[in-house]
Design a protein around this ligand. Structure first.
Ligand code: GYE
Length: 288
């Protein structure tokens, strides 16, 4: 298997890489692994080299949604099946890949929005929200934004006053939150598309003399260990889970595809969400 990974941008990605490498090993699959450093051109190069090396199957997590048709057609012409993991592509031609294994990002955004709606149900005041988006053009950034926006649109008191990409990294999350804080005197809520950006933003909020989780309520997505710890410590208010442990399912699906068995075209990961109390309970047994 040739696997073209997005990069190493977050705790989620580190756990995902580990899951894929470990499960390939225990499934007896010889894994060729590449890290694209969040650049589509690097992923395309890696996929082309897997085609040249005549691997049996290609799996990858597309950094952005568009622009994949040419390289996917090359794989199809070479009769190498492709499995999408974690992130989707927007290709109209679904015969270019066998299946897509990963989370429902729209649903995650909706869960985040619903928590906010419930939290402020008894208040009529305006709620000023800032949003740290994931990597521009990526499926999780597009879909989480859409799901969240759809739910909070139910009440005009919710206002997204600033929204910018933090590229799913801690450093960018801090930098953009710094700028948000300087430009906006009243921020009630931060919605960060992943834990890492939320953790970076916490540093910015503390640096500005405010209390994260109290002065500014924080909702994030992923539920990696550092995020869960910040939730248990009261610095984050709610985390929607997104599981990175896709390795075992990916190896199963690959074996089926290679045996010529039929696989479902979409496999959705099962996930939950955590409050501060639930984080305290779940932390000791968290694997990542
Ligand atoms: O939420 C984020 C990572 O594609 C689901 O990518 C993944 C996202 C995850 O960088 O932390």
């Amino acid at each position: 298997m040739g696997f073209a990974q997005v990069g190493a941008e977050s705790g989620w990605r580190t756990a995902n890489t580990k899951s894929i490498q470990e499960s390939a090993k225990s499934a007896g699959i010889d894994l060729k692994f590449s890290d694209a450093q969040q650049r589509q051109e690097n992923q395309i190069k890696a996929i082309r080299s897997y085609i040249q090396q005549k691997v049996d199957i290609i799996a990858f997590s597309p950094v952005v949604e568009s622009g994949w048709d040419p390289v996917l057609k090359e794989a199809k012409n070479a009769k190498i099946p492709v499995i999408l993991t974690d992130r989707a592509v927007d290709s109209k031609d679904t015969s270019l890949y066998k299946t897509f294994l990963g989370s429902d990002f729209v649903e995650e955004g909706k869960k985040a929005g619903q928590w906010l709606v419930d939290q402020y149900k008894d208040s009529k005041d305006e709620v000023n929200i800032v949003e740290l988006q994931g990597t521009t053009g990526s499926a999780p950034a597009n879909d989480r934004k859409a799901g969240f926006g759809e739910v909070i649109a139910s009440d005009p008191k919710f206002k997204i006053i600033a929204s910018q990409t933090g590229d799913f990294t801690r450093a960018k999350g801090k930098e953009v939150m710094d700028a948000f804080l300087k430009a906006n005197p009243k921020i009630d809520v931060l919605f960060a598309h992943n834990d890492d950006m939320g953790l970076g933003a916490i540093e910015a909020i503390e640096g500005a003399g405010k209390v994260p989780g109290k002065d500014i309520k924080i909702i994030t997505i992923d539920a990696v260990k550092d995020g869960m710890q910040a939730l248990a410590d009261g610095k984050i208010n709610y985390i929607v889970e997104c599981s990175p442990l896709l390795g075992p399912q990916l190896m199963d699906l690959s074996k089926k595809v290679l045996k010529g068995e039929q696989v479902p075209t979409r496999v959705v990961t099962e996930e939950t969400a955590f409050t501060q109390e639930q984080a305290k309970q779940a932390l000791p047994s968290r694997k990542y």
